[in-house]
Design a protein around this ligand. Structure first.
Ligand code: NDP
Length: 507
């Protein structure tokens, strides 16, 4: 989606600093033909890269990681200027992206190791599952975490033996261009990681191209368009589509820690995170104390400036969404304890705490993607779980509780849950990351994130001949009769089936 802060021209696109309105730089607007050409070049690179050993790919990825680390200052500066996030958060993003390059490189061989599985009834067979690179992976990235989020696909796709064509958001293209420059200088193979730039049309061209998989991060609406475009070639898609993450605070939670986690989880990156805490359910007995603590901590935060805790919102379009959600909530009876729609100035939004909220309000049902903390009082943990699960989204979630913490976590309908911490799952590279429902499907990170960029191959190898061969027309005359007996014996209530059931129960 084009936004008010970007101006595509016929052949160049400008990237603006949302804090100052200054142009940070310009990039090319790649046409569909140029996207197709990039995919064709990537195909050549993929063939050579996919044929390398894990060790050789691991060495190249380690060199890539070191090169990114060597350019951390430039990358953080670009993240700060293009996205509007404070410098500290920009460095955190670079560090987290590096963690994934390291993890993916280290885990690829093990995650893709062939597996021998039971051949079942065909005991004379050797059955194996093996994992192979797909070829070329198209990555369409968002503007909120322009390096970390796409790296969750890029690093894992590369480690699995694929080449990548990456289309960044038109709001944050320069970070991606820098990453491609680093890749071009580091990898021995040309065109292993290419970047194509432009607005939505360039992304649409990538989704329609001959890539073997599309990994998309962004809104549910655009995700559906990407999936429809990919359907033309039956290209598989991985969709990471944001969420409306709930946080539950029980009456035996450590309230100060819960408030600290809530404030950080809702306000980091000015609330523009797919796993932001977007709604909070607090047990009646501790509601007022929790709210007071949250308001106290929020009021101590600084918005804007070099040492600010919250930076500028990345786009004016996003500011408008947040303002709309706040006005809708207030019109329906929400109470503003700090911040509010009157505390918005240009691309800066003062963090806002709301109480007296309910699920009729957009702020409790739609993705706000801004620095807003709506807090709802609940009478019981059952009510908290019911309300937390009352969403079409299902990405992350947070539980602060004492003895019931794990059981609450298990009942949450979400791809990920952090218990007595916030966003913990995003900091652990071995945990798969992704959601359900409107939050999308497929997983980045972890071993699942590596196998997401592979094709699964099943091999059945007959290792010895047996007299009865089911895969043949040459059967004895009484075969039908024998089969009838076998069905009863193996799967009905015959002696063999009963013994098998007993054995399985005992295991
Ligand atoms: P989009 O979903 O439109 O953008 C995500 C990516 O998709 C960008 O690279 C964008 O490119 C690209 N894109 C846009 N149109 C197409 C298309 N037709 N085919 C292929 N790619 C396309 O995000 P918005 O900027 O519209 O953000 C709106 C909302 O999405 C936010 O309010 C937030 O709720 C959610 N969001 C969630 C994110 C997450 O982390 N899950 C990240 C970003 C947004 P370009 O920018 O050049 O248009």
């Amino acid at each position: 989606m084009a936004t008010a802060t970007s101006t595509p021209t016929t052949d160049r696109l400008s990237s603006y600093n949302p804090a100052t309105g200054e142009v940070v730089g310009t990039v090319a607007v790649h046409t569909p033909a140029e996207v197709d050409a990039a995919v064709a070049r990537a195909r050549v690179a993929a063939q050579a890269w996919g044929a390398l050993s894990f060790e050789a790919r691991g060495e190249e990825l380690t060199a890539f990681r070191k090169a990114i680390a060597a350019h951390a200052d430039e990358l953080a500066e670009l993240l700060h200027r293009e996205n509007g996030k404070p410098e500290l958060e920009a460095y955190v993003e670079v560090m987290m992206a590096l963690g994934h390059v390291q993890h993916a490189a280290a885990r690829a061989e093990s995650a893709m190791a062939p597996k021998k599985v039971s051949a079942g009834m065909l005991a004379n067979f050797r059955a194996t599952i093996s994992y192979h690179p797909l070829g070329v992976v198209g990555v369409i990235g968002p503007w909120n975490y322009p390096l970390y989020t796409p790296m969750g696909s890029i690093a894992y796709a590369l480690a699995a033996g694929n080449a990548v064509v990456f289309k960044p958001s038109e709001l944050t293209p320069l970070v991606a261009v820098k990453l491609a420059e680093i890749a071009a200088k580091t990898f021995a193979l040309p065109n292993l990681l290419q970047v194509v730039t432009g607005a939505g049309a360039t992304g649409a061209a990538l989704a329609k191209s001959a890539v073997n998989k599309i990994a998309f991060t962004g809104s549910a609406g655009t995700g559906k368009r990407v999936m429809m475009a990919a359907a033309e070639r039956l290209t598989p898609v991985l969709l990471e589509l944001g969420g409306k993450d709930p946080m539950i605070v029980a009456d035996d939670a450590d309230l100060e820690k819960a408030a600290e986690a809530c404030v950080y989880g809702a306000l980091t990156n000015a609330g523009q995170a797919c796993i932001s805490v977007e709604r909070v359910y607090v047990a009646d007995a501790v509601h007022d104390r929790f709210v007071d603590e949250v308001v106290k901590q929020v009021r101590a935060l600084k918005v804007g400036g070099d040492d600010g805790d919250l930076g500028a919102m990345t786009s004016t379009a996003q500011v408008a969404i947040v303002k709309d959600h706040l006005e809708d909530a207030i019109a329906k009876g929400a109470k503003v304890l700090t911040g509010g729609p009157g505390a918005i100035s240009g691309n800066y939004i003062q963090p806002t705490v709301l109480t007296e909220v309910d699920h009729r309000m957009k702020v409790m049902s739609d993705e706000t993607f801004g620095p807003v903390i709506p807090i709802k009082r609940v009478d019981s943990l059952d009510e908290a779980v019911k309300l937390a699960n009352d969403s079409t989204y299902g990405l992350g979630s947070t539980v602060f509780a004492g003895k019931a913490a794990r059981s609450i976590a298990a009942r949450l309908r979400a791809g990920m849950t952090s218990v007595n911490s916030v966003m913990g799952f995003a900091g652990i590279p071995s945990l798969p990351f992704g959601g359900i429902g409107d939050s999308g499907f497929g997983r980045i990170h972890g071993d699942e994130g590596i196998r997401e960029f592979t094709r699964v191959k099943s091999t059945a190898e007959q290792v010895m001949s047996i007299p009865m061969n089911m895969m043949s027309f040459r059967q004895p005359k009484d075969m039908t009769k024998r089969l009838k007996g076998m069905i009863k014996q193996l799967y009905g209530d015959g002696v063999i089936a009963k013994a098998g059931d007993l054995f399985r129960r005992l295991r």
